[in-house]
Design a protein around this ligand. Structure first.
Ligand SMILES: NC(=O)c1ccc[n+]([C@@H]2O[C@H](COP(=O)([O-])OP(=O)(O)OC[C@H]3O[C@@H](n4cnc5c(N)ncnc54)[C@H](OP(=O)(O)O)[C@@H]3O)[C@@H](O)[C@H]2O)c1
Length: 192
């Protein structure tokens, strides 16, 4: 049974033209150099405390493979020791206890396994899995970090949406780095 106190958030960073990665999966463009004088500074203490409020992560296999590549390059693992559910139909290396693989019905995973157990459930990519999450009406909110760059083509934020989804703008923050963070609530969702 779904836990009414649970919140499913989709969060990714994207270029201004709505891409989360280049067509070949590279995210080198995420490192931009910009300065917006009126923006906030990201306080590492605040970020750390905020990350603590996230109870589990969900990601697609291609995002997981990118995370493993980053780790192999010495860039660390971004998800701490929080339970991390990786959607895949393949046999992938399991590099830590906190990683669990899942194949099958996403609605069942979210509503029957995750919502009863976790309050703050974060979908962190990629476009295929976040598109599926939104299409199946599983997401409560979308956090969209716009990076100050246009890359022309790539993997879109949401893949294969078959209808419009109305949103309510709930929060806007801008940062000195030129990044703008938007938080939208999904309208008409779960009686909201
Ligand atoms: N800018 C950002 O914030 C950001 C965030 C995350 C990712 N990314 C980038 O986005 C790219 C990956 O995105 P993507 O859209 O190509 O792929 P993705 O969403 O990460 O992964 C898609 C894969 O997940 C598996 N999958 C999806 N639904 C499933 C289900 N219900 N059951 C079982 N498996 C399922 C399938 O893989 P199998 O073949 O394994 O079954 C599918 O091909 C990477 O380049 C990554 O670096 C960027």
């Amino acid at each position: 049974m779904a836990n009414p106190g649970s919140l499913v958030t989709i969060h990714m960073a994207a270029s201004l033209d709505g891409f989360i990665a280049r067509k070949d999966g590279r995210v080198d463009w995420l490192e931009t150099v910009d300065e917006f004088a009126g923006g906030d500074t990201m306080d590492p203490g605040f970020v750390e405390a905020f990350l603590e409020t996230i109870d589990c992560y969900v990601m697609g296999s291609r995002t997981y493979e990118t995370a493993l590549r980053f780790e192999a390059q010495g860039l660390g693992w971004s998800y701490g020791d929080k339970p991390t559910f990786v959607l895949t139909s393949r046999e992938l290396p399991r590099t830590r206890q906190s990683v669990e693989f899942y194949t099958g019905d996403l609605t069942q995973l979210v509503n029957e396994r995750l919502r009863p157990r976790f309050r703050s459930i974060w979908f962190v990519g990629g476009g295929v899995v976040c598109g599926e999450c939104l299409r199946l009406d599983l997401a409560d909110e979308i956090r969209y970090s716009i990076v100050p760059i246009v890359i022309g083509e790539g993997i879109p934020f949401f893949e294969k949406l078959d209808r419009d989804i109305a949103l309510h703008l709930a929060e806007v923050k801008s940062y000195k780095s030129g990044m703008v963070e938007l938080r939208y609530e999904v309208r008409g969702h779960r009686g909201g």
